[in-house]
Design a protein around this ligand. Structure first.
Ligand SMILES: Cc1cc2nc3c(=O)[nH]c(=O)nc-3n(C[C@H](O)[C@H](O)[C@H](O)COP(=O)(O)OP(=O)(O)OC[C@H]3O[C@@H](n4cnc5c(N)ncnc54)[C@H](O)[C@@H]3O)c2cc1C
Length: 432
């Protein structure tokens, strides 16, 4: 299995935009060209606002091109847990925001005519043990009460593979190739009139009271307002609120192509994309190129400055072990390559946006479910920066204060969660 440092979904862009040298002025500077930053910059350009977009590598280099490709209305934490911790109105608002994010991302695919293999097929939060199945029933109830289109399904009836007992099927969303999506969104961003500077990391962001200055290795941007869409990398920027983000490295593996009849034989007749109900999820999906992509399970924290890296060999091996356990009928299928990316975990485990200072807004929509959400939040923040009142979906994730509680996400806690998941797997095998 090849461990690769970039996305495994598509080639890197064929050409690179210029990097910034010297000083430039603009109305708004967007820092970080992932799905969130590109979406924000496009929106600002549409409004006739003079916008500069700074990207440390090439647009889409981060999580947006590397993820598992689920367009989902899931919110980071477990639905049942959210039901216990949050007031019902807050939960309804969050699920409305998440569903609107899905529709926003779907519209973006159409609007920018992006060919990325999007399949509107819904996603199943699937149970691999009787305990998880009971959990799935409770999750379906909580989500339905919160107004989310989700239903409980039995494994056989839903065409899930053997060993997957059933789960919650989300009524919206589906899967795509994130690498291809990013290439399309990058083209749309460049064509929109945004002044894009690639290979231009923001080193320092200062709110001067009457505007913002951004220092880059060979230049400087002066703007009226700034938008931080740097996701996991926000941890390296002094202006980002303290404790806003913990970077977490997450890995994926892709197999060689699998003959369709092999999938039918193991009962995966629906080809439904799945995530399991472990504390740290496992994801399994079939791709349009006939391979299976699976991932997460074992994750690791990082510190700024975040390195470019590949998955750790023991993590990739653990993912393959998990694949063999879940799909004993496909043990002969060879893993081909593995890659990963940095996720930004907020200290609340919920998507969050707010003001880092009077002239600097930020978005951290992700926690592993932010592909659609980051884009939607970027768009809404662009409107906000242009003076629009706080949109109700932005209000659902708005953080009014500048500080955050220290995060409970840490290396030891994530390792303990992985151990607990493996213990629950062993227990499930014993009580089958
Ligand atoms: C392996 C993996 C699987 C995932 N699976 C899913 C999934 O299936 N579904 C889902 O919804 N979500 C998933 N996610 C999460 C999702 O990909 C992210 O939430 C989302 O893409 C975040 O978008 P973003 O624009 O906020 O950040 P990013 O895409 O990370 O973009 C941030 C950008 O900022 C740039 N940058 C950083 N620092 C600077 C700086 N100082 N100056 C200039 N530029 C800078 C980076 O290079 C990067 O391009 C997954 C993530 C990973 C890593």
């Amino acid at each position: 299995m090849k461990l690769i440092p970039e996305t495994g979904w598509a080639e890197q862009p064929a050409t690179v935009e210029q990097s910034l040298t010297g000083a430039v002025d603009c109305d708004v500077v967007v820092i970080g060209g992932g799905g969130g930053g590109m979406s924000a910059a496009i929106r600002l350009a549409e409004k006739g606002i003079d916008v500069v977009l700074l990207e440390a590598k090439t647009l889409g280099w981060g999580a947006t091109s590397r993820n598992a490709g689920y367009i989902t209305n899931s919110i980071a934490a477990d639905p049942e847990l959210l039901g216990l911790l949050l007031k019902s109105e807050r939960l309804r608002n969050l699920y409305r925001y998440a569903e609107n994010s899905v529709h926003f991302a779907e519209d973006a695919i159409e609007r920018h005519e992006i060919d990325c293999g999007y399949q509107r097929e819904g996603i199943v939060m699937a149970a691999v043990s009787k305990g998880q199945l009971r959990h799935a029933r409770r999750n379906a109830r909580v989500m339905a009460e919160a107004g989310s289109p989700a239903e409980f399904v039995e494994g056989r009836a839903a065409g899930l593979p053997e060993g997957f007992l059933g789960g919650v099927r989300e009524g919206v969303g589906g899967t795509l190739n994130p690498g291809e999506f990013v290439l399309g969104l990058r083209t749309a961003t460049i064509a929109s009139g945004v002044r894009v500077y690639e290979h231009t990391p923001a080193r320092d962001v200062t709110d001067t009271g009457d505007g913002v200055t951004v220092e880059t290795p060979d230049g400087k941007v002066r703007a009226r307002k700034a938008l931080l869409t740097t996701n996991a990398y926000s941890a390296g920027l002094f202006i980002a609120p303290k404790n806003l983000v913990t970077p977490v490295w997450t890995s994926l593996v892709e197999t060689e192509p699998v003959a369709p009849e092999r999938l039918d034989e193991i009962g995966w007749t629906s080809r439904a994309p799945m995530v399991t109900l472990h504390m740290i999820l496992e994801s399994y999906r079939v791709t349009p190129r006939g391979t299976i992509v699976f991932g997460t399970r074992r994750v690791q924290t990082g510190r700024a400055p975040l390195p470019d890296r590949t998955p750790a060999p023991n993590v990739a091996d653990d993912l393959v072990r998990g694949f063999h356990d879940r799909f004993p009928g496909l043990r002969d299928i060879k893993p081909q390559k593995a890659w990963g990316g940095w996720i930004g975990m907020s200290s609340t485990w919920l998507p969050v946006a707010g003001e880092a200072s009077d002239n600097v807004l930020y978005s951290l929509a992700c926690n592993g479910h932010g592909f659609a959400q980051a884009q939607y939040v970027g768009h809404l923040l662009a409107d906000r920066i242009d003076g629009a009142p706080l949109h109700e979906d932005l209000a659902a994730i708005w953080h009014g204060r500048k500080r955050f509680w220290p995060s409970l996400v840490s290396g030891p806690a994530l390792h303990a969660a992985w151990l607990a998941d493996r213990a629950s797997d062993r227990l499930a095998a014993l009580t089958k």
